[in-house]
Design a protein around this ligand. Sequence first.
Ligand SMILES: [Zn+2]
Ligand SMILES: [Zn+2]
Length: 135
Amino acid sequence: MKDYKKALQSKGFKATQGREAVLALLDRNRKPQTAAGILAGMRKPKMDQATLYRILEAFERKGMVKKIEFKKGYAFYEIADQAHHHHVICTSCNRMEDIHLPHELEDQGRQIEKQTKFKVQDHTVEFFGLCPDCK
Ligand SMILES: [Zn+2]
Ligand SMILES: [Zn+2]
């Protein structure tokens, strides 16, 4: 089991029970989750939404958590130490899942560099559609 206290302290955080609980939940459940989903999955401590958002924003600033905002006001959070991947999102029920693209697609950055003379450093690709329950 990971030492969340140490992980928090190494990023300059005081290891409060709330921060530890949020980090542990995101680490154990390695998929994109909404703030509401995180709150629902958290047994203790009791936390209000404002506190949770403060913790998530602080984690995001320190690069511990990635925020994926696919439409205004609807964000997902996932632990940041995962291998590079993408997402597919259900436009009906807002469910989001991780996906991996073939190497040919991941290598598009080089084509784009040739065409534009940009130095490509990162990319995001999200797919939208209907999940099995909604289609
Ligand atoms: Zn759906
Ligand atoms: Zn990619």
